[in-house]
Design a protein around this ligand. Sequence first.
Ligand code: AMP
Ligand code: MG
Length: 354
Amino acid sequence: MTTELEHVDPRNPDARVIARAAACLRRGGLVAFPTETVYGLGVDALDRDAVRRLFEAKGRPSNDPLIVHVSSIEEAGALVIAVPAIARALAARFWPGPLTLVLPRSSLVPDEVTAGLETVAIRVPSHPVARAIIAAAGRPIAAPSANLFSRPSPTQGAHVLDDLGGRIEMIVDGGPTEVGVESTVLDLSRNNPIVLRPGAVTLEMLRPYVPGVRYRTGPTDDEVAQTSPGMLSKHYAPRAPLTLFSGDPLAVREAMVTMAHALAAAGQRVGVMATAADARALGEIGVVLALVSGDAGAEETMVAVASRLYAALRELDTARVDVILACEPAGADGLGGAIRDRLRRAAAHVVRVG
Ligand code: AMP
Ligand code: MG
């Protein structure tokens, strides 16, 4: 299959490209497009055959459910048994945006989308290209991240082409995505709502609407009944083993620099996910650096790290490093929690320092 690649202005996408993407989706085609989080691989959520082809193209196990993307809370209504007041309030505050809500599904949603679960995950994305394509398609669009299963999620059109070129009908390239980590997944189908996956919408932001909300701890009931690989501990991983340093920020950097020196001296090709300050501490030794941020203030830095995280992992893979070293962000607040979660899933080893 030849994959059609189209570049568009992310703020004002060419209407002809959007119309072609929408027509392709309506025919059961697979179309990758940017969202504000990462690139999604879209398919008509109500077309079972197309959904099966999507799982095949990604190499994704069929027991990992998909998020359905819609244009509005009204459109979400048809996919669920009911829209509870709490979902309405959350949608009013956070949609369009990087928050996914899990609710009891209606019979309209095929089993293939939900991996047989009685719930469905739904969100309204804010990226103008995603919004335009979903509106033009006039259907709910199931869209997991547009990467091969277990690879880091794509945050640039080129990442999608690398993973899925020749396997899908079309890629709409709207430049790098803004947030860089996948949406927050909030399960509202239970009595006590929990965040299944941390993202840019943080616990602190959710608390005014969902007072008792917390992160998931152990596996959920659904996962006990049927494992959900999206939550698998090893996920989003680069090819080279990643060693993650966790603990007191200064001690962590020192430990990482020491290990980088030792491995480089032993002849290993070392890749480091580094802030500008890490890069200075590493000095002139021969390591491959993937910069994740400049030297801005703490929260600004987390925003920068999140947006660069997956691109940095892919750059180090392309540079064919033998090992990757990275430091965990100090705070678990804000985006720090989401970055930590993705780094832990990508890591082969975690070294606790201090
Ligand atoms: P991806 O689209 O690749 O970012 O992955 C979607 C994520 O949403 C996966 O981690 C799934 O486990 C999660 N998800 C999708 N549907 C449901 C559901 N019905 N219940 C719980 N988690 C879900
Ligand atoms: Mg994914």
